[in-house]
Design a protein around this ligand. Structure first.
Ligand code: GLP
Length: 241
């Protein structure tokens, strides 16, 4: 294919988090008004902790940073501790000097979801696109909430979550019945248009899907596989439990 990717293999979760945080931190230092595409899930939590630590030491300044998150569950209020807005506030935004008005997460409560999807795409376009996109990966290869499909969905869209995703994410909810069945996610076009992409994965359970995503065929059945075509992709993982 001729497109190279950077691979970072970390020995443990701490090292993984530190290295990913270093890349994000370099981005902010080099371009203080960066547009960061941010992700939820358990994997980036350590990265966010590290960024907070460096911010507290005075090494990082988020005052000019804008963030756009990948996705949000439909139907959860932002006060709900399972919403991704709540997650981002708790795990990063409340602890650094990013301006809350410069943080963006799709509105999962929007009555008109189509209008919300258009608004989100327009917002990303108005910001001039994403400088650096952080991505986790679902067990089925999803990025954001772009689930396996027969096509790659380009724009922000509403997605019906797969049974496997509902099961995987049930660990964060009281019961599996509480897991929303739908979400709004940024599409593949915004993700692929980001200037830099970092895909992160932690734990032995992610080994197979990462191999498939980065060395297997590019197919919407494994949404993350499209990243092989990105000109500036870094894959950072730790497969040790
Ligand atoms: C959720 C999110 C994804 C995330 C995935 C993996 O489904 N929508 O953006 O990548 O979880 O999460 P974890 O890092 O906990 O494995």
């Amino acid at each position: 294919m001729g497109i190279e990717m950077n691979i970072i293999e970390a020995k443990d979760y701490k090292e993984l988090s530190r290295k990913v945080a270093s890349i994000i931190s370099a981005q902010i230092i080099l371009k203080p008004n960066s547009v960061l595409g941010l992700a939820t899930g358990s994997t980036p939590i350590g990265t966010y902790k590290q960024l907070i630590e460096w911010y507290k030491k005075g090494d990082l300044d988020f005052s000019k940073v804008t963030s756009v998150n990948l996705d949000e569950y439909c139907g959860l209020a932002i006060e709900n501790d399972q919403s991704y807005r709540y997650f981002m506030n708790q795990n990063l935004f409340n602890h650094v000097n990013i301006k809350m008005e410069n943080t963006n997460v799709p509105n999962g409560l929007a009555a008109d979801t189509e209008a919300e999807c258009n608004r989100y795409d327009q917002l990303i376009e108005n910001l001039g696109g994403i400088d650096l996109q952080l991505l986790g990966i679902g067990n089925n290869g999803h990025i954001g909430f772009n689930e396996p499909d027969v096509i790659f969905e380009k724009g922000t869209h509403v997605v019906e979550l797969k049974e496997t995703t509902i099961k995987a994410n049930a660990r964060f909810f009281e019961s599996i019945d509480d897991v929303p069945r739908k979400a709004i996610t940024m599409g593949i076009k915004s993700i692929m248009s980001a200037k830099k992409v970092i895909l992160v994965a932690n734990g032995s359970g992610k080994r197979d899907i990462i191999k498939k995503a980065i060395y297997g065929p590019v197919t919407p059945e494994v949404p993350a596989s499209i990243l092989q075509l990105h000109p500036d992709l870094t894959v950072a993982y730790c497969f040790n439990d």
